[in-house]
Design a binder for this molecule. Structure first.
Ligand code: NAI
Ligand code: 15L
Length: 268
């Protein structure tokens, strides 16, 4: 895989949990990393960084944000379940603004932080792949379905390629039994993003973001061209996680792939 760095790479969501991690890890992917979020970020540490505060819901601001950029790692937005109204601006309008700006500025590659919550209503004893019908578990999951469809449309209509990563649970370590299956280490996430950025001819590829965990529910056969080979496994954390009290067998966290998200809301 050729990994000639981009000149300027945009990372949205740079003030977030994953954004802070990726700020360091994406340095080798571009000469200049443009970091953006609605929240304040640490100042640029040198000429290889640009820090731009921006609300994804603001179309004109996103247009300016994308000017001069060669590729986009789109991780910004609401990242858990909220009311539809709270999700609308950052995740629905926001993803449209990103793709419209990409079209206008000639950006050809996007990495979209999708989520396992696009398929969260599958049960934990079911095996699925990227072509399985989606079963969103939340307004949040619906917004990620919309983002994936936006990516598909902008490829078919305008040739902008996207890798949509249906991230499982990307944290330093799995926090509960469900995450023994859904956990994605930061190293494996970084590998997925790099492969998404530098693999040629990805069209719109959907890939599940999980490490090489013992009990994985997701089959990545339709993303084999990315060559993603996870290196980590949640197994080392199993003893600590299984020392936690056992939830009831009918607890959504034990039944559904999306865990507790399936039972969030309503919001009125
Ligand atoms: P996070 O909530 O820590 O970071 C999201 C960032 O987006 C925040 O810094 C927030 O200020 C920013 N943001 C929210 N609204 C915005 C707006 N209107 N304009 C600009 N920025 C806005 O979430 P995290 O964990 O870092 O996740 C990053 C991305 O990955 C999110 O898109 C999330 O949905 C996705 N993801 C993360 C998973 C995980 O396990 N961490 C799992 C699945 C998906
Ligand atoms: C997500 O999509 C969220 O962004 C993250 O905070 C976790 O809840 C993760 O899914 C998960 O399902 O564990």
């Amino acid at each position: 895989m050729t990994t000639t760095p981009f000149n300027r790479l945009l990372l949205t969501g740079a003030a977030g949990g994953l954004g802070k991690v990726l700020r360091e890890r994406l340095k080798s992917s571009a000469a200049i990393l443009r970091l953006s979020d609605i929240s304040p970020m640490a100042p640029a540490t040198g000429p290889h960084e640009e820090v731009v505060q921006c609300d994804l819901a603001d179309k004109a601001a996103v247009h300016d944000l994308v000017a001069g950029v060669d590729a986009i790692v789109h991780f910004g937005g609401v990242s858990t379940e909220h009311s539809f109204e709270d999700i609308l601006g950052p995740n629905i309008s926001g993803v449209f603004h990103i793709y419209e700006a990409a079209r206008k500025h000639g950006v050809k590659r996007v990495i979209f932080a999708s989520s396992n919550h696009v398929i969260g209503f599958y049960k934990q004893d079911e095996q699925i792949d990227a072509r399985s019908a989606r079963r969103p578990d939340s307004y949040y999951g619906l917004s990620k379905c919309y983002g994936e469809d936006m990516a598909s449309f902008y490829f078919d209509r305008y040739g902008i390629e996207t890798v949509s990563i249906r991230i499982g649970s990307s944290f330093p370590e799995p926090q509960n039994r469900r995450m023994l299956s859904t956990w994605l280490s930061y190293d494996d996430l970084t590998q997925l993003i790099e492969r998404g950025l530098f693999t040629p001819d990805v069209g719109h590829t959907v890939v599940y973001g999980a490490s090489a965990n013992r009990d994985v529910w997701w089959d990545n056969r339709h993303a084999a061209h990315l060559g993603y080979q996870p290196k980590d496994s949640s197994e080392v954390f199993r003893p600590a996680v299984e020392a936690q009290p056992m939830p009831a067998a009918d607890d959504p966290a034990m039944v559904y792939q999306g865990g507790a998200f399936v039972a969030a809301g309503p919001f009125d």
